[in-house]
Design a protein around this ligand. Structure first.
Ligand code: 5RP
Length: 254
């Protein structure tokens, strides 16, 4: 079960006195080794990507990196980068990104991802589909056999208009997979304010009891629904995944 898996991880980490955050930092620092002076760099969002942004800023301050231009994947990352003095631009000015570094919620053996539990999937996908190299950074708890099969959320960004109708249509698409959908709210008890993305949209979190089958077919079906903006499956976008675990760092490449 989910709680026994969590206990197992906590036990292992305690034995080696490494926190999950330590692992995230190890993966992030390893990825930043790929950043070279003069690059346009996609800056990811989340607790793992935050370490990469900190590290890039540190290397810039030390003069070990120069002429970096960052493209932030969320307002949160934008604000972090501005506060650390990382020069920023956007895809209008820099349509080709040299390298993007970001975390993920799930990673399958083919390097397909689920992203967006932090709510930034749309800008992340825009930046990470415009990059030459996309390095994903995770601790080993994010590795799964099939994405969407972990029992945790697969986020879909939708426009606010008639959100309940969009929720029903999404759930109906995956009726064979025992799908449930929930409108994301600011607090997890279901009573908080509706969560609003940086783009003024809402998020439906989909949960599946069974495998969703072919990922490209699932993606096409979701994107064909009017009112849907983007989903959190990142299929075939990652170039490599850096996984930090208690026994060390491994790099998975396509
Ligand atoms: C945000 C994301 C994050 O990359 C993902 O949720 C992983 O976050 P964390 O590094 O905090 O575990 O997709 O939209």
């Amino acid at each position: 079960s989910e709680s026994s898996a969590l206990l197992f991880w906590q036990h292992l980490l305690a034995v080696f006195s490494l926190s999950v955050d330590d692992l995230k930092k190890i993966a992030a620092y390893k990825a930043v080794e790929h950043v070279k002076s003069g690059m346009v760099v996609g800056l990811g969002t989340g607790s793992t990507a935050k370490h990469a942004v900190d590290r890039i800023a540190h290397l810039l301050q030390q003069g070990k990196l120069t002429d970096i231009v960052g493209i932030a994947t969320s307002m949160k990352t934008h604000d972090q980068a501005v506060s650390l003095g990382i020069p920023l631009s956007d895809l209008d000015t820099h349509p080709v990104v040299d390298l993007a570094i970001d975390g993920a919620d799930e990673v399958d053996p083919d390097l397909n991802l689920v992203k967006g539990r932090g709510g930034s999937l749309l800008r992340e996908k825009m930046v990470e589909s415009a990059t030459t190299k996309f390095v994903v950074i995770v601790d080993e708890s994010k590795l799964v056999k099939h994405i969407g099969g972990s029992g945790l959320a697969m986020p879909v960004e939708i426009i606010p208009f008639c959100w309940s109708h969009s929720l029903k249509r999404l759930v109906n698409l995956f009726a064979d997979s025992g799908c449930e959908g929930k409108l994301r709210r600011d607090s997890s008890d279901g009573n908080g304010e509706i969560y609003v993305t940086d783009n003024g949209n809402y998020i439906i979190d989909l949960y599946f009891e069974r495998d969703i089958g072919d990922l490209n077919e699932a993606s096409d079906a979701i994107l064909r629904l009017p009112g849907i903006v983007e989903h959190g499956m990142f299929i075939g976008l990652a170039t490599s995944v850096i996984v930090a675990g208690v026994s060390g760092v491994t790099v998975k490449t396509k």
